[in-house]
Design a protein around this ligand. Structure first.
Ligand code: BES
Ligand code: MN
Ligand code: ZN
Length: 500
């Protein structure tokens, strides 16, 4: 949790406190304010760089303890590489990189947001600050013991030195809202399923009310009345009640059709009667990462008062084996009226999405919709953990998502949809079956299934985030497991194209 972090902006001339972080380019050139602060230490830094073979290459770091000629106990030099090539996402990473280099015990640090040519632009400094914030996140609420060296101070104060404090603060305001959305999404993904079951998830989504988001919870009874039997079938083996949460943020023109985001919220996926093997099954507490992203995104949009009408709809269930659980061979009637033969109870996410997507289309007639789901292992086989799989019925939406991905570093790669794949989910007994039968093209047949519940007049994109929603590797801006993936991507999509 990041509450112990005090992140603020200051001036270059105020004396640096604690650890000092500065930037240089690939010619090891510093900006004027940095040179002034380094003063007589400049020579020492140059010699240390040479000894350490530090060249200022992008993302490289020179870490100097008790640097001669400086009052600070530690100096960290981060390489920017070629400054002309830098993109917004790079500044985010630099912030994360700098934060990651601070020793756990650091209580004060100053980061000089300066490049050789002078102070970073406020947007760049604000991106740097966002990177610091996201990297500082830790999910440690269940740790009761800690090694001495890992014990953080009660508060950490990090000051970003900038050219214009007021403008940088203003640029950071929207990013602060985004960071809260990402942190919320990460918390939800990281929580274990004995704590975060569907009702508790819905309760946490209810906290968005304090940001003027309208939050409705449809309980099992309401879902039965609506005919959401595909979703309810998944949850029927669980002791926990299934629900659907609808979140609405109206920051746009009154009466204008909203943009819609839909999330798979399987709070735990055992596979059901088609039970999963034991290895790594604990990861399936993160099978609600799509829903977590939608809640985090709604939090971010409302927090920065985005000038858009947006709805978030999430389907919350737990997939368990039980005497009451759904069986392979069962046939369910979805809210759309289409019938589904259950071949594998582990292909449950698409059943949840089928009803939630249909409901969203009928009720909101959105301008476009994006669904996010940790849907298939097959997408991890195809793309690994670098890109999410994207399936879309609309080239413009797909292109906008691709561009937003490049801007934010939350990358998407478009995958195909076609009638040939669609045929693979035809069923002998019902309108369709819930798997393609073979493992081949498993992410595609899953997307084809969802497509049968989409109105093709509405631009739609499906993001299979099985590889990106949680991650055991560490990245520059995340050292926890839940990534909060998609919050920044979709916030960017909205900000670039859909705000009035
Ligand atoms: N939640 C899983 C997919 C998943 C796997 C997400 C690993 C993240 C990491 C999904 O419900 C599932 O079990 N999919 C099956 C579908 C198959 C039975 C057609 C899969 O991918 O094996
Ligand atoms: Mn499953
Ligand atoms: Zn699942």
């Amino acid at each position: 949790m990041t509450d112990a972090l005090k992140l603020g902006f200051g001036s270059f001339s105020a004396p640096a406190k604690g650890v000092l972080v500065v930037f240089c380019d690939e010619a090891q050139k510093f900006g004027p304010a940095t040179r002034k602060t380094l003063g007589s230490a400049t020579d020492y830094v140059a010699r240390a760089a040479k000894a350490e073979r530090f060249t200022g290459k992008k993302d490289s770091v020179l870490d100097l303890i008790v640097p001669a000629g400086l009052k600070v106990p530690r100096l960290i030099v981060v390489g920017l590489g070629k400054t002309a090539d830098l993109r917004p996402n790079d500044f985010l990473k630099f912030g994360g990189l700098a934060m990651g280099k601070l020793p756990a015990s650091t209580s004060d640090a100053t980061v000089f947001a300066e490049m050789p040519g002078g102070a970073m632009k406020s947007e760049q400094a604000a991106d740097l600050a966002l990177g610091v914030r996201l990297r500082a996140y830790a999910f440690d609420r269940y740790k009761t013991k800690r090694k001495e060296a890992e014990t953080p101070p009660a508060t950490r104060t990090i000051t970003i030195a900038v050219g214009d404090i007021a403008v940088a603060r203003k640029a950071y305001a929207s990013r602060s809202a985004i960071s809260e959305g990402v942190v919320l999404a990460r918390d939800l993904v990281n929580e274990p399923a004995n704590v975060l079951f569907p009702e508790e998830f819905a309760r946490r989504a209810g906290a968005l009310k304090k940001l003027q988001v309208a939050v409705e919870v449809l309980d099992t009874k309401a879902l039965k009345n609506l005919g959401m039997n595909a979703l309810l079938g998944v949850g029927q083996g669980s002791a926990r009640e299934s629900s659907v949460v609808v979140m609405r943020w109206n920051g746009g023109r009154a009466g204008e059709a909203p943009v819609a985001f839909i999330g798979k919220g399987v709070c735990f996926d055992t596979g059901g009667i088609s039970i999963k093997p034991a290895a790594s099954m604990e990861d399936m507490k993160g099978d609600m990462a799509g829903a977590a992203c939608v809640v985090g995104l709604m939090h971010a949009l409302a927090g920065r008062k985005a000038r858009v009408n947006a709805v978030g709809v999430i389907g919350l269930v737990e997939n368990m084996p039980d005497g009451k659980a759904q069986r392979p061979g069962d046939i369910v009637k979805s809210m759309s009226g289409q019938t589904i033969e259950i071949i594998n109870t582990d292909a449950e996410g698409r059943l949840v999405l089928a009803d939630v997507i249909w409901y969203t289309v009928q009720r909101f007639k959105p301008k476009f919709m994006v669904d996010l789901a940790t849907l298939t292992g097959a997408i991890i086989v195809a793309l690994g953990q670098e890109y999410a799989g994207m399936f879309s019925n609309n080239d413009q939406l797909a292109e906008r998502l691709t561009a937003a991905g490049l801007e934010t570093g939350e990358l998407v790669w478009r995958m195909p949809l076609s009638p040939e794949y669609d045929k693979m989910i035809d069923s002998k007994f019902a309108d369709m079956k819930n798997t393609g039968g073979s493992r081949w093209g498993g992410a595609i047949t899953a997307a084809q299934f969802i497509k049968r519940f989409v109105d093709d007049k509405i631009p739609w994109a499906h993001l299979d985030i099985a590889g990106t929603g949680f991650d055991s590797r560490q990245t520059d801006i995340n050292k926890s497991w839940g990534s909060g993936w998609g919050v920044r991507l979709l916030n960017r999509l909205v900000a670039d194209h859909y705000e009035k």
